[in-house]
Write a protein that binds this ligand. Structure first.
Ligand SMILES: *Cc1c(COP(=O)(O)O)cnc(C)c1O
Length: 338
């Protein structure tokens, strides 16, 4: 099967497995796991942050960050289709008791002007206190759309001026950096906290990093423990993450090229109405008729290709490091002839 359902389906390669098997470990709740410490240091340094925290998932890093930034009754500003709101089980409300201000926006992205107009007046007791802005780069529901650097800069300046924390859900931040060509250190200056996934396009089996200031990470470490996420000899999995950060970042452009090929094949397919312009490794297409979606997915499956339903009449295909150019050529041929 050619599995394009998500970039989470990757298998660790032999070299990654060896790095994991040979990892030096210790009890990380005692801060004694040398591999986790090395991974956290590597990630923090890469983005110019003081500290990092290794966590079990991107949902966990996002939810911990939100919990540190907000108090119950506060408000989080984010895009209406953002992962933190739509795909984290209602965690903003359940874990942190906060409300959300959901904003519409082009392909999963919001603007500084929008944010400015939705920051509630602090001295009017009617309104929840705006406590956090969260952005997603790349935006999953936006079909892997990348934020414009000028817009990010404006949002960051706005938040800094007001003293409003800015969080990044950077599950696919390396895909964004491959496109905007920005240095991670410069990019890191935009945000107070960042969540980066090691288990998406980077190909590690498990894990995400939360990045921020030393005092932020100290608070986050406590919240991680409370959420049941304190791990012991987690260096075994952290070694996979460290290997991924060191070896699997520069190759992401291949995934983007592969996604472009899928985009043009889908555009030639008679059953497809529209394809979102591919910017990174996510391809989203809508079919001519809503009820064609499931049969289309089934037809692809019968040819050995897996993709995901992505809302009414829509499908998503994601490229990743286990998909070769030969497999993409086969997909292109199959899709064009559907
Ligand atoms: C995958 C993803 C996450 C985190 O997901 P986990 O499965 O919890 O690691 C967060 N944000 C976005 C945009 C994602 O695509």
């Amino acid at each position: 099967m050619i599995d394009l359902r998500s970039d989470t389906v990757t298998q660790p390669c032999q070299a990654m497995r060896e790095a994991m098997a040979n990892a030096h470990v210790g009890d990380d709740v005692f801060k004694e796991d040398p591999t986790i410490i090395a991974l956290e240091k590597y990630g923090a340094t890469l983005f110019g942050k003081e500290a990092a925290l290794f966590c079990s998932s991107g949902t966990q890093t996002n939810q911990i960050a939100i919990n540190v930034h907000v108090t119950p009754g506060g408000e989080v500003i984010c895009h209406e289709e953002s992962h933190i709101y739509k795909y984290e089980g209602g965690g903003i409300a359940k874990n942190s008791g906060a409300s959300v201000r959901l904003l519409p926006g082009d392909r999963g992205r919001i603007t500084a002007n929008q944010i400015a107009s939705w920051i509630n007046p602090v001295h009017d007791v009617h309104f929840p206190i705006t406590q956090l802005v969260s952005l997603e780069d790349t935006a999953n529901r936006g079909g892997g759309a990348v934020y414009d650097i000028n817009e990010l800069s404006k949002i960051s300046t706005l938040c800094k001026t007001i003293g409003l924390p800015l969080h990044l859900d950077g599950a696919r931040v390396f895909n964004a950096l491959a496109v905007n060509k920005m240095n991670p250190k410069d990019y890191g200056t935009f945000f107070d906290s960042m969540s980066i996934c090691l288990s998406k396009g980077l190909g590690a089996p498990v894990g995400s990093l939360l990045l921020g200031s030393a005092s932020f990470i100290e608070k986050a470490r406590r919240v991680r423990k409370v959420f049941g996420g304190g791990m012991r000899q987690g260096g075994i999995i952290a070694a996979g993450g460290l290997f991924a950060l060191k070896n699997n970042v520069t190759r992401l452009i291949e995934d983007h090229q592969h996604a472009k090929l899928l985009e043009s094949a889908l555009k030639k397919c008679s059953k497809v109405k529209e394809v979102m312009t591919v910017q990174t490794n996510i391809v989203v297409a809508s079919l001519n008729e809503e009820d064609q979606r499931d049969p289309f997915i089934e037809a692809l499956k019968s040819k050995g290709i897996l993709c995901m339903p992505f809302g009414p009449g829509m499908i998503r295909a994601v490229t990743h490091l286990d998909i070769s150019i030969e497999q993409i050529s086969y997909c292109v041929h199959s899709i064009e002839n559907m």
